[in-house]
Design a protein around this ligand. Structure first.
Ligand SMILES: Cc1ncc(COP(=O)(O)O)c(C=O)c1O
Length: 389
């Protein structure tokens, strides 16, 4: 029995995943397997650090201590072989807000921003919200695997000011290989396109795959790259709204910091600071155990579907606790499929089309939960299939 097997009751904790069900699915009776946080407890050392801090009864304005920067730099060096300057680190309240501020700081209205759908849905808003044009370089799905269309990438990167890379990729679960990153970065260097690399899933990677921070590839690349990361996915602390950008290029970093100051977004969340430092300083063993557990969850779902619901074929994730399910074998259009999952199977997953039209026929399943939750989910799915026949 793993400590992750113990169910955690999240009711009454204002969680989006549970308390947001009615708004999202129109009903509270779905098993929630959608928004990307886990139904698993954070490392004990994180809880301990928060409890100790909570016992100090003054929760005033907070500075980012040296320890915050040291913890990030050490984690990057230790886990991702990336030696970075601590001065390059800029604290931010979240990866998604930072994506927006990068777009406004580094591009002008009418400029083009490049993304690779199917991709994390907030990337699509970067165009519409700021009057920028969105260019799409759709990933190619062939024989159960996703890859980059490099010819199309070059054409689009020529026109784009900013390329927003999702590395590892949500929702398709790819860990971009060093050669793939080098090839994209070389094009961006040649075409004068800045790279914003969202690496928030970088720590949830299954061996033998290995995450390479794109900015760590060479000094030339780090000069045009902005990396966004956080311990939020890794240690399940997304509700603490604490993330960071790594920007080696001084002039780009200053432009970004100026944008943050314009909105007075420079103050930290004191619990977020505690949790980030504690998790990076003492959460590694927990993370190793988590990776083993998540991998078993992925195996369980894969085996169950192959045996009982072969119409649904999962794309094997190389990273993330999100499984991208090819449901085209169900023979339903996207609306019917959503209704089938919610109304018949009573399961709350993200629809594939919410990640762009390339996601049509797919669903995204969050396996960051106790195995028993997935057993229940699979039982419901199988039952719904049998009923549907
Ligand atoms: C690729 C990606 N980026 C960013 C986020 C969220 O980041 P934050 O909560 O720091 O805004 C998520 C959450 O699912 C994600 O999958």
């Amino acid at each position: 029995m793993s400590p992750f097997d113990t169910p955690v009751d999240r009711s009454g904790t204002y969680s989006v995943k549970y308390d947001g069900r009615k708004a999202k699915f129109g009903t509270d009776d779905v098993l929630p397997l959608w928004v990307a946080d886990m139904d698993l407890p954070a490392p004990e050392c994180v809880t301990d650090a928060l409890v100790i801090r909570a016992k100090h009864p003054v929760y005033g304005y907070t500075v980012y201590p040296d320890r915050f920067y040291d913890a990030i730099a050490h984690w990057m060096k230790h886990r991702h072989a990336w030696s970075l300057r601590k001065e390059a680190i800029v604290p931010i309240p979240g990866v998604v807000p930072a994506l927006n501020f990068l777009v406004t700081a580094l591009t002008e209205p009418g400029d083009a921003v490049l993304i690779q759908p199917p991709v994390y849905h907030p990337f699509f808003r970067l165009g519409k919200h700021h009057g920028r044009r969105l260019l799409e370089n759709p990933l190619i799905y062939e024989a159960g695997e996703y890859r980059i269309d490099f010819d199309d990438f070059r054409v689009k990167a020529k026109e784009a000011k900013l390329f927003v890379l999702c590395s590892p990729h949500n929702p398709v679960g790819r860990v971009w290989k060093q050669e793939e990153l080098e090839k994209m970065a070389a094009v961006c260097l040649e075409e004068g396109c800045l790279i914003v690399s969202d690496e928030v899933h970088a720590d949830i990677v299954y061996p033998p795959h290995r995450h390479t921070p794109v900015a760590a590839l060479s000094p030339d690349i780090s000069d045009i790259a902005i990396t966004l990361n956080a311990p939020s996915k890794t240690f399940n602390i997304a509700g603490l709204n604490t993330a960071y950008a790594i920007i080696e290029n001084d002039s780009i970093r200053r432009r970004f910091e100026t944008e943050l100051k314009r909105y007075d977004l420079t103050m930290g969340n004191l619990f977020g600071i505690e949790a980030l430092t504690a998790s990076y300083e003492c959460g590694e063993k927990w993370l190793e155990e988590l990776l083993v557990y998540l991998r078993e969850n992925i195996r369980f779902v894969t085996k169950f579907l192959a045996e009982h619901v072969p119409q649904i074929r999962p794309v094997t994730p190389e990273a993330t606790y999100l499984m991208w399910l090819d449901c085209r074998g169900l023979g339903m259009d996207d609306e019917a499929m959503e209704r089938f999952f919610v109304e018949k199977a009573k399961l709350g997953l993200n629809t594939g089309v919410s990640f762009g039209k390339e996601g049509s026929g797919f669903m995204r399943l969050n396996v960051g939960c106790p195995r028993a939750t997935l057993e229940e989910a699979m039982r419901r799915l199988k039952g719904a299939m049998e009923e549907d026949v």
